[in-house]
Design a protein around this ligand. Structure first.
Ligand code: ACO
Length: 334
């Protein structure tokens, strides 16, 4: 059995910065409320009229990751793309990447696990490498949320949280089995699907029905039971990190760097306290980018690495929780 190791990281954020004060011009909200409840100061929202989309941003991040890996597009054996905001209802963004990067006719898989999307995606890539099927897998997380949010006071509880962006990594075969991804851990609890959901359009409730609806139909906007999500997130984050540590005979004292899905700074801080981690052991950037769902962990990991915060032999823990509910963790020896 082989090991898998991240050998290249890339990220792309749209230029357009949207501050909390700018949101306050669209809806009844304010900087103080948003910062106090979520930690977010600003986020990036794609400017309408630009070419950016989940696939386009994913391709930009992927080119950087492949380049930093010292590889070319022709060295990539497989693509895994995680997003909840794909360019098309179908096909998924993975095949767009194959085309945009002018790659060989390699396989492309799309992962639909929302905030846990990147953790699920890298877990899939890890299995393909561990079994020896592929050598280099491109893993992407990208989200274009801003065009699908309710930018009125009605949607403020959700809309202020989300941002656009993309991250990518190249996961490669590693002969040294003390380095790389040690284990991944995935979970779901579908009975809470409706606690964080975009219901429409779905095949059972298609566009004409929404348009023809007599009463205002807002089922195409995200709905979140924020308090319920918060309470479940803090419990599941804790459980799944412990599961990963225990599996590898590690303890919380062994964690060098924790990169949580950037759901909400308050959730990250809660988990940080639970594990007794110092500020320099946790990387957060939700203040600048908001919650970018499947892209958040890989953007944060890339940024931490760019800042020299990820070092050889570090024990790095990634963990996520989100819609589904789904949650998971990844334990890495860097
Ligand atoms: N600006 C101003 N006021 C607001 C806003 C806003 N953007 N949004 C809601 N409010 C108001 C509400 O209407 C409510 O007013 P009321 O008391 O008059 O009814 C009041 O603020 C409190 O609303 P709550 O929803 O109870 O606020 P809460 O303190 O729970 O904070 C939040 C909401 C931040 C969403 C919180 O529930 C939370 O952090 N939930 C976790 C979910 C999360 O982080 N999700 C991220 C995406 S999912 C994921 O990635 C896991």
């Amino acid at each position: 059995m082989y090991n898998s190791r991240i050998i290249g990281l890339g990220k792309y954020l749209p230029d357009n910065v949207v501050t909390n004060d700018e949101l306050a011009k669209l809806m009844d909200t304010n900087d103080e409320w948003i910062q106090e409840r979520t930690g977010i100061k600003e986020r990036r929202w794609i400017k309408k009229g630009t070419d950016d989309s989940s696939a386009v941003m994913g391709a930009k991040a992927a080119r950087i990751a492949i380049d930093r890996a010292g590889l070319t597009k022709d060295d990539i054996d497989f693509i895994v793309f995680a997003t909840l905001s794909p360019d098309y209802y179908f096909p998924g963004c993975g095949v767009q990447i194959q085309d945009m990067l002018d790659m060989k006719t390699i396989g492309a898989l799309d992962v639909r696990n929302q905030c846990s999307g990147f953790v699920y995606a890298i877990s899939v890539a890890d299995q393909f490498i561990k079994t020896g099927m592929y050598k280099n897998v491109l893993v992407i997380g990208a989200e274009y949320h801003s065009n699908g949010l309710d930018k009125t006071t009605r949607g403020r509880g959700v809309t202020v949280i989300f941002g656009d962006g993309a991250g990518a990594c190249v996961l490669s075969r590693e002969e040294d089995n003390t380095k790389g991804i040690l284990s991944t851990h995935l979970h779901s609890e579908g009975k809470y699907a409706d606690k964080l959901i975009v219901k429409s359009p779905s095949i059972g409730h298609w566009v004409p029905e929404i348009l023809d609806s007599k009463e205002e139909d807002i089922s195409y906007f995200p709905y979140m039971d924020g308090t319920f999500v918060f309470k479940n997130a803090v419990v599941r984050f804790g459980e799944v990190i412990m599961e990963g540590l225990t599996k590898n005979s590690l303890t919380k004292e062994d964690i060098d760097l924790f990169i949580p899905h950037q759901a909400n700074l308050r959730i990250s801080q809660f988990v940080q306290r639970k594990f007794g981690l110092r500020d320099d052991q946790v990387y957060n950037n939700i203040m600048k980018y908001g919650n970018t769902t499947a892209a958040s962990i890989i953007i944060a990991l890339t940024e931490a690495w760019e800042q020299g915060k990820v070092n050889d032999n570090d024990t790095v823990v990634l963990a996520a929780f989100g819609s589904g509910f789904t949650w998971g963790s990844v334990i890495i020896k860097w």
